[in-house]
Design a protein. Structure first.
Ligand code: MSP
Length: 508
């Protein structure tokens, strides 16, 4: 039986259109999903949109339309972009979906019945932008709340609270005994420190007088639930949790690998979500691991709408194609680290690695095979077989460890080695000497076979280009990682016509 691979991304706020930072995360998860499909795993990739909450309500008011209409418009921008970027999700989590609402309300009721949710009065300072009450911990050195909190107002409210504090020791014990709970591991240490400081319970309700755009509490119709308590549940509601008809499906999939940015591990995912799952009765071995990525930066700052430095991914798709953006983001950013985004670097990466290196290898290999052998291969032993096999194994280890940039580098090493091999063997000289006919066949077979394997290795990052390469090689074998074994091209295989797959980007 193949093993399940359930991967999720954060669901994006629909208070604005997506930018390159959002796209980075979806592409990262898409590459892992496509790799696991290739590896034969039963893959389920869930992504979606976070449609409730104050930010969305405020944006709708500013636009002069209802929140329903507003989220319909913004959600369309996300789905259209993911389509253009070849994001191959299997499940779409939109939090206004009635299925999700039923699940969230079921969980709230169960936690309420269990005594984990209680009512209390609270007076304090509230950040409108962050939708949370602030404590002294949030004050800066000068005693004031910093600009990151936006407008801060004093409020008194009666609210419902989730007993977060009661589970502090469980969380600490869990993190101490599960070193793989957070990737990369330095983020586990940060989370451990934050968990040790949990002192308050979590307010999980908002009075409808202040916020109406949310899911009603099943035990108090005057309140909606706090947006995080709603949004986090998407990971299970859209996988069948709480639906008896889907119990087996859910059990077979869960736990997911949660791909999230470093801004939402503390407290949302690392504290609230893990404790919510534990309180719901999920055993420790079913607590999902968190794969935490860094930021796409612009001139040293996080790309974000509030900083006003966002780039629309659509412009890159229009100008260079989806592949160029996918490749650049995956190649230049080590998962977990930040990356600096520049148009120049995108073009350099594309021209250097794809146009000049891989594209050139494909073109010259097919052209030589056509010129010297009418595109017909003779199956031969190859001096590069062992090298390519080793690299393929390394690629697999790297992808299994979510090290996409390293796996791309490994693939690139095969391409570089093959281009050097062309220079070393000089097929144009071999072709002039009939005594070297066998050697020429060996070179042509080696290049075609290496390209066939490379086309599989680049499939997760560059699915369309990989298809185009396979079409030119006339290779219709299954999209399956077993096919990376050396020597699948048969004796007498007829190659196709060379057509540039990565035309060079020329800029003024
Ligand atoms: N709606 C919440 C997540 C709820 S998950 C149950 C949210 N939305 S968001 O739109 O602000 O961010 C969505 C994801 O995009 C987050 O994982 C966030 O880290 C990521 N990114 C947003 N800007 C980013 C960059 N500039 N760079 C990389 N990822 C960033 O948080």
């Amino acid at each position: 039986m193949s093993k399940p691979f359930f991967i999720t991304t954060a669901i994006d706020y629909t208070n604005a259109a997506p930018h390159v930072g959002h796209a980075y995360e979806k592409i990262l998860a898409d590459v892992l999903a496509r790799y696991h499909r290739l590896a034969g795993d039963r893959t389920y990739f869930l992504t979606g949109v976070d449609q409730h909450g104050q930010k969305v309500q405020q944006a709708a008011t500013a636009a002069g339309i209802s929140p329903e209409e507003f989220v319909a418009q913004t959600t369309e921008k996300f789905t259209a972009l993911w389509k253009r970027l070849d994001i191959s999700f299997d499940g779409w989590a939109a939090t206004t979906d009635p299925l999700h609402k039923t699940c969230v309300q079921g969980i709230l009721q169960a936690l309420h019945d269990k005594g984990d949710i209680y009512r209390a009065k609270y007076r304090g300072f509230y950040s409108v932008r962050q939708e949370q009450f602030l404590t002294d911990k949030e004050r800066g050195e000068d005693g004031a709340f910093g600009p990151e909190w936006g407008e801060v107002v004093e409020l008194e409210e009666e609210n419902w609270y989730f007993r977060l504090g009661q589970y502090r020791d469980w969380l600490i014990g869990f993190l101490d005994s599960h070193p793989a709970a957070v990737i990369p591991s330095f983020r586990l240490a940060e989370l451990r420190n934050a968990a040790a400081k949990i002192s308050n319970d979590l307010s999980i309700s908002r009075p409808k007088s202040r916020l109406s755009w949310g899911i009603e509490l099943p035990f108090d119709r005057d309140c909606v639930t706090y947006v995080w308590f709603d949004a986090l549940v998407n990971y299970i509601s859209f996988a069948g949790y709480g639906d008896p008809a889907k119990a087996d499906e859910f059990a077979a999939l869960w736990p997911a690998l949660h791909v999230i940015g470093k801004d939402i591990i503390i407290p949302a995912h690392g504290i609230y979500w893990l404790i919510m799952l534990h309180a719901m009765g999920f055993p420790d071995e079913q607590i999902p691991p968190l794969l935490v990525h860094g930021y796409v930066m612009m001139d040293g700052e996080k790309m974000s709408k509030s900083l006003g430095n966002i780039r629309d991914p659509n412009t890159f798709v229009d100008t260079f194609g989806a592949g160029a953006l996918r490749y650049y983001l995956m190649r230049d950013c080590a998962v977990g680290q930040d990356m600096d985004f520049t148009d120049d670097r995108l073009v350099q990466r594309y021209n250097g690695d794809l146009a000049n290196s891989l594209g050139n290898l494909l073109n010259r290999s097919l052209s030589m095979a056509k010129r010297y052998r009418q595109g017909v291969l003779r199956r031969c032993e190859s001096p590069l077989a062992e090298f390519v096999t080793e690299k393929t194994a390394a690629y697999r280890r790297q992808m299994d460890a979510h090290q996409i940039h390293a796996a791309i580098e490994t693939t690139q090493e095969i391409v570089v080695r093959c281009n050097a091999y062309v220079e070393e063997t000089a097929p144009w000289k071999l072709a002039k000497d009939p005594a070297q006919a066998d050697k020429l066949d060996e070179v042509l077979y080696t290049l075609a076979e290496a390209l066939r394997i490379v086309s599989l290795l680049i499939t997760p990052v560059l699915p369309s280009a990989a298809d185009a390469i396979r079409a030119q090689l006339v290779w219709a074998g299954p999209l399956d990682f077993n096919e990376v074994a050396w020597g699948r091209l048969a004796d007498g295989h007829q190659l196709g016509e060379p057509v540039p797959v990565f035309p060079r980007i020329e800029r003024e």
